[in-house]
Design a protein around this ligand. Structure first.
Ligand code: NOJ
Length: 559
């Protein structure tokens, strides 16, 4: 039986990623919390997003922004109580906003009780929850630390005095890898999922999915069928909730990506790191070619779907771009060494990379939202927030949300030095200039435009579910593509460069067919032979809906 559109809601969703601690502080302690987030549901509702991806909110020593979990069944006390979470979920539901929780089960914190027991008692059943070895094998350069240059000791085996053995970790040494070959560990994960699904979450973002299924070093029990780990997560999720969605962080080689969809039995959504890097390259070089290449490198996503994004809260990873293109992107978007990280990434937000130029920012988001898949927005990008390069590592892009031009950007009433992270102040991206309240009042602001973009994407079902094709890229700076779905079509044209450009393509238009602009402006002229010519200003874009009402058509146009 074909899945109902209720179960494939994610195909037309717009996802908003946020970290509760940086969003809105309700009690003045300097840390964002669930009651604070709840107060902002009206804002998120008006913005039009359909789902929130919440970064980890569990109890944690917080040495990796919450990705070091010490209790999977609670809420970090800094963010509120489990009761606050339940109330928030209830309100989110009332607003029709779904919630996706981050599921971090490739590893735990070294403060998790499982690890404490594992290290202190070799006979404990928890010992085998982790990956131990007496003598570590030589380091494999292909499987080193994920954070090169940031950790003092870059080895993936760390000696534990108490256990008198080495444990394995691909991330920081305080994040021991779980042994997923152990069925008891997998049962623990199913229980954790069940718990949060019972509390109403609509699914999970599977942290480090690639590393979860990668073979562990030689002496350790191997997974016979690595993808079965992920398939079993899906089975357990849908057994509790038929519309549960699993979104994988799978920054894997393009050739490996299709396997994560598992012919419909595994991940529903994959974070599209390939297209992320290639879209950024197209924006940096102002040429369509990297975009075309990125799209060509992607395997088909017929059963599942891509989740597309321009920025997330980690580094912008351009490591998989061809070396010459990567060098060009670094030059344009991260010219200073302090803007780069791990030898492969950029630690800046989108708006400053585009020099705060609203034409370029709007072009970038129009392109993102028109790509095949589900678009994702990082909190604060809807107003064009900037980064703070004086903060270490990836925290540069994790500063608090800028609500107003009042003290602390309206994020918190705590003294500035008590904030979870300093707000960006001063300069073109400081909260005095970039904030929600000011942009609300300006009809043409980025924020108000973003609302329109989101609404337009949500009413353009063709993009989420239709057939995608590139229809014109003969001009090196422009890119045109179309979607066809149930006899209806949407055509999108983007000019990546500053100069006016013109593009012609064949839409097989017949008399009576109509083209309606959905978003953006451009001169478009149709010809008798069924072709269409679009002329765009510098960084211009246009989305057009094609109504096939002409001769021979029996289709009822949507909306
Ligand atoms: C991937 C997350 O995106 C990143 O922020 C985190 O540090 C690692 N997983 C470890 O959990």
């Amino acid at each position: 039986m074909a899945p109902s559109s209720h179960d494939t809601w994610f195909k037309n969703a717009v996802v908003y990623a946020l970290d509760v601690e940086a969003f809105n502080d309700s009690n003045g302690d300097g840390v964002g919390d669930f009651p604070g987030l709840m107060e902002k549901l009206d804002y998120l509702d008006r913005l039009g997003v359909s789902a929130l991806w919440l970064l980890p909110f569990y109890p944690t020593p917080n040495r990796d922004n919450g990705y070091d979990v010490k209790d999977y069944y609670g809420v970090d006390p800094r963010l509120g109580t489990l009761g606050d979470f339940v109330e928030f979920m209830d309100e989110a539901d009332a607003h029709g906003i779904r919630v996706i929780a981050d599921l971090v089960v490739n590893h735990t914190s070294d403060e998790h009780p499982w690890f404490r027991k594992a290290r202190s008692d070799p006979e404990s059943p928890y010992r085998d929850y982790y990956v131990w070895i007496d003598e570590p094998p030589p380091e494999d350069p292909e499987r080193g630390t994920v954070f090169p240059g940031e950790v003092e000791d870059e080895r993936v085996w760390t000696y534990d005095e108490e256990a008198e053995a080495y444990y394995y970790h691909r991330f920081y040494p305080f994040q021991p890898d779980l042994n997923l070959a152990n069925p008891d560990v997998r049962s623990e994960i199913y229980r954790i999922m069940k718990f949060w699904l019972e509390l109403g979450v609509a699914g999970f973002r599977i942290d480090a999915a690639t590393l979860m299924i990668q073979p562990k070093p030689p002496s350790v029990e191997k997974l016979d069928d690595p993808h079965e780990v992920l398939r079993s997560l899906k089975r357990h999720a849908v057994s509790r909730r038929t519309d549960a969605v699993l979104l994988a962080e799978a920054d894997d080689a393009p050739g490996e990506l299709e396997s994560y969809f598992g012919d419909g039995a595994e991940m529903d959504l994959l974070m599209n790191f390939v297209l992320n890097a290639h879209m950024i390259a197209a924006l940096a070089t102002e040429r369509a070619a990297p975009l075309v290449e990125g799209l060509e490198r992607l395997p088909p996503a017929d059963v599942g779907q891509w989740m597309n994004f321009l920025r997330n809260y980690d580094e912008l990873n351009i490591g998989r771009l061809p070396p010459d293109v990567r060098a060009e992107v670094f030059d344009r978007f991260a010219p200073e060494p302090n803007m780069r990280i791990y030898g492969r990434g950029i630690r800046r937000r989108l708006a400053p990379m585009l020099e705060g130029d609203e034409r370029r920012i709007k072009l970038a988001f129009s392109l993102l939202f028109s790509m095949p898949g589900t678009p994702m927005l990082l909190y604060g990008d809807e107003i064009g927030m900037g980064e703070d390069l004086s903060l270490p590592g990836r925290t540069s892009v994790r500063t608090p949300m800028q609500w107003t031009d009042e003290e602390n950007a309206g994020f918190s009433t705590a003294p500035a030095e008590e904030l979870v992270l300093p707000v960006v102040s001063g300069g073109p991206f400081g909260y005095g200039t970039v904030n929600v309240a000011t942009q609300r009042a300006e009809a043409e602001s980025l924020l108000n435009w973003m609302e329109r973009l989101i609404a337009t994407r949500r009413e353009s079902r063709e993009i989420g579910e239709g057939t995608f094709s590139v229809i014109g890229a003969e001009n090196p700076c422009a890119f045109a593509h179309r979607y066809d779905y149930n006899g209806n079509s949407v055509v999108c044209v983007h000019n990546l460069a500053d100069e006016t450009c013109s593009l012609e393509f064949d839409l097989e238009l017949v008399q009576g067919d109509a083209l309606y602009p959905l978003l953006g402006t451009a001169e478009h002229t149709r010809h008798d032979d069924g072709t269409c010519r679009v002329t765009l200003d510098g960084y211009g874009y246009i989305w057009l809906r094609l109504h096939r009402t002409g001769a021979g058509s029996s289709v009822t146009p949507p909306g």
